[in-house]
Write a protein that binds this ligand. Structure first.
Ligand code: SF4
Length: 350
């Protein structure tokens, strides 16, 4: 079988035998790449047209009780300048986002016990009361099921929790001993069971990652069937133990975005800020490889430079309105347009 045939079969069947998928990922020529992206765009456009969904990201705390080895805001990084946004600041950011046309607000932060469940629920319900047509997404890590139930009851409908790598051995090399892939998957299953639209995903090119790990991730996601999949290149941060590791490549990330689009035709797939960090047109290239979501920053400009998960993160100085406008222009240049809508996932629950 040649790669054109592999791409056709992947599109038709949404999966390939492991060996064939591995060959496709490892032997991609420029021609194969063009065919893969073209196919991914067709699938994406058959469901979502030329619309790109906007998510307004509010990074409300960079305190974290965890110590993931790849992360710039891990608790043992004494050089991180820590901040927390007040409830009023968070509500102001979401108000500003709403005025700019965002209909999804993403509250993202480290695992920070300062923000109790009660506080998160109050924030979620206040945003939903002010803007009933706006979805609230949470991205605040691993919690007990009871916390997820409380967040859902308060009006949060979506939750992002990257699994990072489904291989237990690889997971152990990226995380401290107290974090396990078993608990991460338990969280993902609880979230879906409760009724959330759930997002998972992994880093591309993380330390010690092999093609086998990536294939495990692709098959795990194919069986889990998330509503959203967030992937981005690994980028090292100077104040972490992985400072000297190579970053993930643009090409690998784009190949995987397109493969994921063919395996999950209706999934919400962001072209991430990390992709924009490793290449000036990374987000545009991500959209052209099948992604359909972008996540401009709504955090106050004064704190953006402090939410440094990795080195060189872009868009740390602009105001929300500038980010919004910049994204609109970038998408128009490649023939797409940002949509003022909640942009719900079309993935049906199983
Ligand atoms: S990756 Fe998330 S949980 Fe891990 S240290 Fe960073 S913010 Fe905390």
């Amino acid at each position: 079988m040649d790669n054109f045939k592999r791409i056709r079969e992947l599109r038709e069947k949404t999966t390939l035998p492991r060996k064939e998928l591995q060959i496709l990922l490892e032997t991609m020529t420029q021609e194969d790449e063009n065919a893969l992206y073209e196919s991914a765009r067709q699938v994406r456009e058959s469901h979502y047209g030329k619309e790109v969904y906007l998510r307004g990201l509010i990074e409300f705390t960079n305190y974290c009780k965890n110590d993931c080895l790849y992360c710039g805001i891990r608790r043992s990084n004494k050089n991180a300048q820590r901040y927390r946004l007040s409830d009023e600041e968070i509500l102001d950011c979401s108000e500003k986002g709403y005025q700019l046309g965002f209909r999804t607000i993403v509250l993202q932060g480290g695992e920070d016990p300062f923000y109790t469940d009660k506080r998160i629920c109050s924030l979620v319900s206040r945003i939903r009361e002010r803007h009933p047509d706006c979805a609230v997404t949470l991205s605040i890590g691993e919690k007990p099921r009871s916390s997820y139930e409380a967040f859902f009851a308060a009006g949060a409908q979506r939750y992002l929790l990257r699994h990072e790598t489904i291989n237990p051995e690889h997971y152990r090399r990226l995380h401290p001993a107290e974090l396990t892939i078993e608990n991460r998957v338990r969280c993902l299953e609880d979230l879906r069971d409760i009724g959330f639209q759930v997002g998972c995903g992994m880093m591309v090119g993380s330390p010690f990652q092999t093609i086998g790990h990536l294939l495990d991730d692709l098959y795990f996601m194919h069986s889990f069937r998330p509503h959203m999949i967030g992937i981005g290149p690994f980028i090292p941060h100077t104040d972490t133990p992985f400072r000297d590791h190579h970053r993930g490549s643009l090409e690998d990330t784009l190949h995987l975005l397109a493969v994921i689009r063919l395996m999950h035709s209706e999934v919400l797939l962001p072209a991430t800020t990390a992709l924009g960090t490793i290449h000036p047109r990374g987000r545009e290239l991500g959209i052209l490889a099948g992604a359909n979501v972008v996540m401009p920053n709504l955090s106050p400009a004064g704190v953006r430079g402090k939410y440094m998960l990795y080195d060189g993160k872009i868009c740390t100085g602009d105001e929300a309105a500038e980010c919004r406008r910049c994204m609109e222009l970038r998408m128009e240049k490649i023939g797409y347009h940002v949509a003022i809508s909640r942009g719900d996932s079309l993935v049906k629950d199983i």
